[in-house]
Design a binder for this molecule. Structure first.
Ligand SMILES: Nc1nc2c(c(=O)[nH]1)N[C@H]1C(S)=C(S)[C@@H](COP(=O)(O)OP(=O)(O)OC[C@H]3O[C@@H](n4cnc5c(=O)[nH]c(N)nc54)[C@H](O)[C@@H]3O)O[C@H]1N2
Ligand SMILES: Nc1nc2c(c(=O)[nH]1)N[C@H]1C(S)=C(S)[C@@H](COP(=O)(O)OP(=O)(O)OC[C@H]3O[C@@H](n4cnc5c(=O)[nH]c(N)nc54)[C@H](O)[C@@H]3O)O[C@H]1N2
Ligand code: SF4
Ligand SMILES: [Mo]
Length: 713
């Protein structure tokens, strides 16, 4: 056999004694998918990564493009490596290094002072993207005494969960499609090919191969719609009308499951009366979906039912009528007898495994929750998403425009560009008494903080992973923590100690205590797992749930699946209709002056909110942000492919390149969010949000396009 030189082996990154290259297992912590990674290491540094295929994990040997860029993510020059304190003005970004001792004693002292001068609720605690420590952060808030704990979920997932609770009496996680058994899958506003490109696309293609009927309702053409039996393409934000129209067809063709409805549901007669007005022709006029396709979808949905509903965490609720739209879609599940049954939605089978006090495993009630800043404005949220405050109005709260002002902000991974009108948040930061932000990078949110703390990445801390097939894996850090980074949990635990507070049950003193607590109930110990590099099977089986158990334990106030929501009926607030009433967002907007619909932030495989703009390997793959517009509309406006134009909304204007793109419908402008210097959220109205959930209308606002004078070539 041909012998390779060491240099060649090194170049090809071949592990072995000769090259000194080893392979270590870790998690790509970039998004929530927790893909398992084989990291090729030399001299303590990562030299390349691959998806791990030696263990039964969902990513089975694959990584998405962001995971493939992990090396650049970890060794990025903007990594925050030391605690720092601000020495310039807020927003200027001038900081100097301090010790952890100085940082933590100052933070504890400021939190104590705030509590003494203004009461604990004048401190707002916030978590951005990271989720794994949210339970313990809530415990810290409870021990300290503030109900004002909010997260990025004020714009993601929780509005859908709220909608699910009102209809199914269960959370979003409890209403997943029964993928293994379904014959008909209704995918509404999800594009896993981009948003969960490693795991989601694989499971989708498997279903297609099995011959499952896949109906995709998506305002755009995507790889998911390419692999669908039927694609419906409504105008963004009109989905409620489409769902009501499908219901109208199902009922008028007697395709509904009356026996199931009578046994398990309430409010059917009122719902039936309401949907009767949504004829396919009317629905076509509202949504743009041809009447015959509305009928075809209703038939396909009921021909080989029950159906599994796959519903997105965010785009369906990124509208000012989002909760009611999702409720209208959920009602189809009831109508067809698809909830809690095999092959349907939330089908029978084993419960969900997880670690003790992990994210949303057993959501905590907050102390004095009825005194948090959002409960009066969002009563349904207060009742159903009791574990968090809705912080869509964070800027107002910091400026004292809520019931009382926020003086101190303690944030774990805050990205204020996620909200509409981030400039208002920046102004509000300036009035705070004290602000801490904890992040892996020195972000421009950090620039407004008084103290910034460096967070460890997933590769720099020990962690536990629940693999498929009930195996648990303990992963050790694969690199020495860079600089002086610490993991978020260590920071929470130290804060608790410095404030003389106890958190956890049993009380947690250090990170090992946290890991041990997480394993309680799994039948495994940390020592056993540390000694088993390939993980160990979790002893025992998960409890099985039958259809009867599911349907006799519905947690709505009536104990039944509700077409008419008793929770919303009890909320004395505008638009909190107990029926899934369709209201057209266009009626609230100045469409005469801004005739195009502005839809922002539909996912791209290589981009992730604001974070990826700093990674050249990802950001340089294609120009972003750009205005994507259907050529039909572009031609009407006289705008050529690649021309620079001004996008104008009632809030402001930005100049960007326009690309002709047939993904979306004519009349709809799409722009990706989070760009460093052209943030589309600056053009969205912070007061334009769903009155039930507080979720911003990111995906159905209005704009116009103005041609710019083109420079001579
Ligand atoms: N226009 C528009 N706006 C949107 C959306 C849209 O579609 N369109 N989508 C909305 C949705 S669905 C969401 S979820 C939000 C996302 O908004 P965010 O969750 O705020 O966004 P990210 O950039 O993912 O993460 C925020 C910060 O957390 C840091 N971080 C990541 N991991 C950790 C960690 O383990 N510890 C600590 N301390 N910090 C960490 C990151 O470096 C980053 O700076 O944006 C919302 N905003
Ligand atoms: N690469 C990448 N992956 C991500 C993220 C990321 O930023 N980048 N973010 C993560 C987060 S925070 C989230 S919440 C998830 C979101 O994951 P997905 O729910 O898959 O997110 P989107 O791509 O925003 O939207 C899915 C589809 O909904 C369609 N859509 C938009 N508005 C409407 C509408 O009004 N009606 C209908 N019927 N369809 C509509 C879009 O065209 C899009 O194809 O992705 C997660 N995964
Ligand atoms: S999907 Fe991509 S970004 Fe998310 S964990 Fe997997 S490799 Fe990382
Ligand atoms: Mo999200």
């Amino acid at each position: 056999m041909e012998k390779y030189t060491t240099e060649e082996l090194l170049q090809a990154r071949i592990p072995g004694e000769e090259t000194g290259i080893t392979v270590k297992r870790t998690i790509c912590g970039f998004c929530g998918e927790n893909c398992l990674v084989d990291a090729y290491m030399k001299d303590g540094k990562i030299i390349k990564v691959e998806g791990c295929d030696s263990l039964p994990v969902a990513n089975s040997g694959k990584l998405c493009v962001k995971g493939a860029a992990l090396k650049q993510t970890i060794y990025h020059p903007e990594r925050l490596l030391y605690p720092m304190k601000r020495v310039g003005a807020r927003g200027e970004g001038r900081f100097e290094r301090i010790t952890w001792e100085e940082a933590m004693s100052t933070i504890a002292q400021k939190m104590q002072e705030t509590k003494e001068s203004h009461g604990a609720k004048a401190t707002l605690v916030y978590a951005g993207h990271p989720k794994w420590f949210r339970h313990q952060l809530t415990e810290l808030c409870n021990a300290y005494g503030t109900p004002n704990f909010g997260t990025e979920s004020s714009s993601c997932a929780y509005a859908r969960m709220l909608a699910n609770e009102t209809v199914f009496g269960t959370t979003g996680r409890g209403a997943m499609p029964d993928m293994a058994n379904t014959n008909t899958l209704l995918i509404w506003g999800v594009n896993q090919m981009y948003s969960r490109s490693v795991t989601g696309s694989k499971s989708h293609l498997k279903l297609e191969e099995k011959g499952v009927n896949i109906i995709v309702v998506d305002s755009r053409h995507t790889p998911t719609t390419d692999h669908a039996t039927l694609h419906l393409q409504p105008i963004p934000g009109t989905d409620g009308a489409l769902a009501l129209g499908m219901a109208q067809v199902i009922i008028s063709e007697n395709r509904h499951d009356m026996a199931y409805i009578e046994k398990n549901c309430t409010g059917f007669e009122a719902y039936k009366d309401y949907v009767s007005g949504f004829t396919p022709e009317k629905v076509e006029a509202i949504t743009g979906v041809p009447a015959d396709l509305v009928i075809r979808a209703a038939r396909l949905l009921t021909e080989n039912g029950p159906f599994g509903l796959q519903m997105s965490a965010s785009p369906m609720v990124h509208h000012i009528n989002g909760v009611q739209n999702v409720r209208a879609i959920n009602a189809l599940v009831l109508l067809t007898g698809s909830f809690g049954v095999k092959g349907g939605t939330a089908g029978p089978g084993p419960g969900r495994g997880g670690f003790k006090n992990g994210f949303l495993m057993n959501p905590l009630h907050r102390v004095d929750a009825d005194q948090d800043l959002s409960h009066a404005e969002f009563p349904a949220w207060a009742q159903l998403n009791f574990y968090e405050t809705q912080v869509t109005r964070i800027a107002d709260y910091m400026e004292g425009k809520g019931d009382y002002p926020i003086h101190t902000l303690i944030a774990f991974g805050m990205n204020h560009h996620m909200w509409a009108q981030p400039e208002h948040v920046e102004e509000a930061f300036k009035g705070l008494d004290f602000f801490v932000n904890i992040d892996m990078y020195k972000t421009d949110t950090c620039d407004y903080a008084d103290i910034i703390l460096p967070a460890a990445t997933a590769l720099e801390r020990e962690q536990l992973l629940m693999m498929g097939k009930g195996q648990i894996l303990d992963l050790q850090p694969i690199i020495e923590p860079m600089g002086e980074v610490r993991n978020d949990m260590e920071i929470i635990l130290e804060l608790a100690q410095r404030l003389d507070l106890e958190i956890g049950d049993p009380v947690l003193k250090n990170y090992d205590d946290y890991l041990r607590m997480s394993l309680m109930g799994t039948g495994l110990t940390l020592e056993e797992l540390r000694a088993a590099p390939d993980g160990l099977p979790k002893p025992g089986k998960l409890a099985m749930r039958t259809t009867e158990q599911i349907l006799s334990n519905v947690r709505t106030p009536s104990g039944k699946l509700e077409f008419v929501s008793s929770v919303l009926e009890g909320c004395d607030m505008p638009h909190h209709d107990s029926l899934p009433v369709y209201r057209d967002f266009r009626e609230t907007l100045p469409m005469d002056e801004y005739p195009l619909i502005l839809c922002t932030g539909c996912r791209k495989p290589q981009l992730f909110h604001k974070r990826t703009y700093r990674m050249p390997w990802l950001n340089n793959l294609e120009e972003s942000p750009v205005i994507e517009l259907h050529p039909e509309t572009a031609k009407k406006l006289g705008i050529a492919d690649g021309e620079m134009v001004r996008v104008v909304t009632p809030i402001g204007a930005l100049e960007m390149r326009l690309l002709h793109d047939t993904s979306g419908l004519p009349g709809v402008v799409h722009v990706y969010h989070g760009a460093r210097d052209k943030d589309i959220n600056s053009l969205l109205d912070e007061k334009y949000y769903d009155p039930i959930s507080g979720f911003p209308g990111y995906k159905s606002y209005c704009c116009r396009l103005e041609k710019l004078e083109q420079k001579e070539a």
